[in-house]
Design a protein around this ligand. Structure first.
Ligand code: SF4
Ligand code: SF4
Length: 181
């Protein structure tokens, strides 16, 4: 059965790799904004964005933390940019078992960019505000979505995380997050 249609605001951040100068302010402010209490620390390992760097060619590529993946992927992509071949996992957005990127250093729980959801809402996500090079450009658009599908996505995501980390760890983390501020 079809669920009800509702409007959803889709938030995107466009990345202009040519403008990124590798200052990593985006990583710092993201980790500080999400620290508990807020702004109490600024460890880039807790950031939901990371800047992939090739020092020899002066290339910087910001990558946002995406969905949690319970298993390693079966197929991987190789990228060649300006003649340099990058590691298969370099530009992947997933928090997955293959690597330490996009994981909370203390708990190992997956980190995902939440577009700096907060109350009251920000005019723009923090990393966009702090990117003085204008390499990150924030955009919003409206889309129609099925109510049921949106709910289903959340449930599937939670179950996958719970089977890996256990409900207690998820609940402890949620309690810690709710105390931030
Ligand atoms: S703040 Fe902007 S210029 Fe600096 S590393 Fe991040 S994306 Fe690149
Ligand atoms: S949008 Fe917010 S949560 Fe996402 S990477 Fe930027 S600062 Fe972090």
């Amino acid at each position: 059965m079809k669920g009800e249609q509702r409007k959803k605001i889709v938030k995107t951040i466009k990345i202009d790799v040519d403008k990124c100068n590798g200052c990593r302010a985006c990583e710092l402010i993201c980790s500080a904004f999400h620290a508990a209490p807020q702004y109490s620390s600024n460890n880039p390992r807790r950031a939901r964005i990371r800047v992939v760097h090739d020092p020899l060619r002066d290339i910087y590529v910001p990558v946002y933390a995406g969905e949690y993946a319970a298993a390693e992927c079966a197929g991987r992509d190789k990228y060649t940019i300006d003649g340099k071949e990058y590691d298969e996992c370099s530009f992947c957005r997933a928090s997955c078992p293959s690597r330490d990127v996009f994981k909370e250093p203390d708990s190992g729980l997956p980190l995902k960019c939440d577009m700096c959801e907060s109350e009251p809402p920000l005019s723009e996500p923090m990393c966009v505000q702090w990117c003085l090079a204008d390499a990150l450009i924030y955009e919003e658009r409206e889309e129609e979505v099925e109510e049921e599908e949106a709910q289903e996505e959340i449930e599937i995501g939670l179950e996958a995380m719970a089977s890996k980390h256990g409900w207690q760890k998820l609940l402890d983390t949620a309690a810690r997050m709710s105390r931030k501020g």
